[in-house]
Design a protein around this ligand. Structure first.
Ligand SMILES: Cc1cc2nc3c(=O)[nH]c(=O)nc-3n(C[C@H](O)[C@H](O)[C@H](O)COP(=O)(O)O)c2cc1C
Length: 194
């Protein structure tokens, strides 16, 4: 029987289309596509995902008081994917607000009995770009996302971080472009094995 195609979804946290994290995500998706996966991309900035509201302490009992915005539709796409490519610039020592809102809003669902299992078993790949020259500035993104993969009972596929400031300049960094391509291919290999 023919195997279903692996679905890779890139979530772009930057408002800059054609920016560094957008370009890096395209390379990961191209690597996945070349390995037989189906790929898609969401620019979070194109949607209204409000910051999380006041929710219950117990994550199993939370509702989503702001579910009248675009988050539920994006969550459906997220849950349908096998691999998530979290792609965000470093903004003030953390992910962009667009990405942070998405992550926080997941809190209303990830442990809810109606959703819990659908969050589990995914692959998580992480991309980040930051203007500073110190390589450890990527840790602001990768460390929390490693924990996110764990909390969601998924697999951390890997990450690529680029020290690059100006729009689109990552295109001039062949080693980063190659690493992103390889990350897409590796995501497919890892998820097929799991
Ligand atoms: C609001 C804002 C905050 C930023 N904060 C940081 C920061 O804390 N550390 C850093 O290294 N770069 C910072 N930068 C630079 C971006 O991370 C960098 O330009 C990155 O390449 C942008 O990626 P993009 O083209 O995908 O948007 C910031 C840029 C902006 C616009």
């Amino acid at each position: 029987m023919e195997q279903a195609r692996l679905q890779i979804l890139a979530l772009i946290g930057s408002p800059r289309k054609g920016g560094n994290t957008d370009i890096m995500a395209d390379e990961v998706l191209a690597g996945g596509d070349a390995s037989g996966a189906a790929t898609s991309k969401i620019y979070l900035d194109d949607y209204c995902v409000r910051p999380i509201a006041d929710v219950a302490d117990n994550s199993r009992e939370r509702d989503d008081p702001r579910s009248d915005d675009d988050f539920p539709a994006l969550l459906d796409r997220f849950l349908a994917a096998d691999v998530i490519v979290w792609s965000t610039p470093v903004y003030w020592q953390g992910p962009s607000a667009q990405m942070k809102c998405f992550l926080d809003r997941m809190s209303s669902y990830f442990n809810h009995p109606d959703y819990r299992e659908r969050f589990q078993g995914k692959g998580h790949a992480v991309l980040c770009a930051f203007g500073r020259s110190e390589p450890q500035h990527g840790d602001w993104i990768t460390e929390p996302m490693k924990l996110t993969a764990e909390v969601l009972h998924g697999t951390y596929v890997g990450d690529v971080c680029a020290s690059v400031y100006k729009r689109g300049k990552v295109s001039d960094m062949p080693e980063i472009i190659a690493a992103c391509r390889e990350l897409g291919a590796e995501a497919v290999r890892m998820m097929r094995r799991s």
